[in-house]
Design a protein around this ligand. Structure first.
Ligand code: HEC
Length: 115
């Protein structure tokens, strides 16, 4: 009798602990995403905004409007940034692949942290 009750409360404590652990893990993950996004945002304003506009706001007449870049084409994004395209220079020597990935995080989120 007593044993069963003890076991039940242990199970409940275990489940509660797991739920707590998972929510902390989720919280830590979204904090990591946010700082990755912030890295990309800052990098964008250092190396891309002079042509593509602050916060990606551009007329889209002489430069590509990055707010419209198809977010399912990560490979194309990376290739264009690495190799350059038309009047855009290559960033092969200027950026690491980690920096380009952070830029993709910023551009593919349309400039807003996903919550
Ligand atoms: C010197 C100005 C300039 C800078 C700096 C610049 N771009 Fe561009 N970018 C352009 C122009 C012009 C185009 C249009 C190229 C074309 O299609 O002829 C373009 C196009 C693009 C495209 C679309 C390419 C495609 O696949 O159609 C992407 C993505 C892009 N830029 C990302 C970036 C990123 C990220 C940065 C910062 C690392 C950056 N650009 C910096 C001028 C610039």
């Amino acid at each position: 009798m007593k044993d069963g009750r003890l076991r039940r409360s242990c199970q409940i404590a275990g489940v509660a602990g797991l739920v707590l652990f998972l929510s902390f893990a989720a919280l830590a993950q979204s904090a990591a995403d946010a700082s990755e996004f912030e890295k990309g945002r800052q990098q964008f304003h250092r190396t891309c905004a002079q042509c593509h506009g602050r916060n990606m706001v551009s007329s889209g007449v002489t430069v590509y409007d990055l707010r419209k870049f198809p977010i399912d084409q990560q490979d194309r994004f990376i290739a264009s940034v690495v190799n350059g395209k038309g009047n855009m220079p290559s960033f092969k020597d200027a950026l690491t692949s980690e920096q380009i990935r952070a830029l993709w995080g910023y551009v593919s989120s349309r400039g807003a942290v996903s919550k």
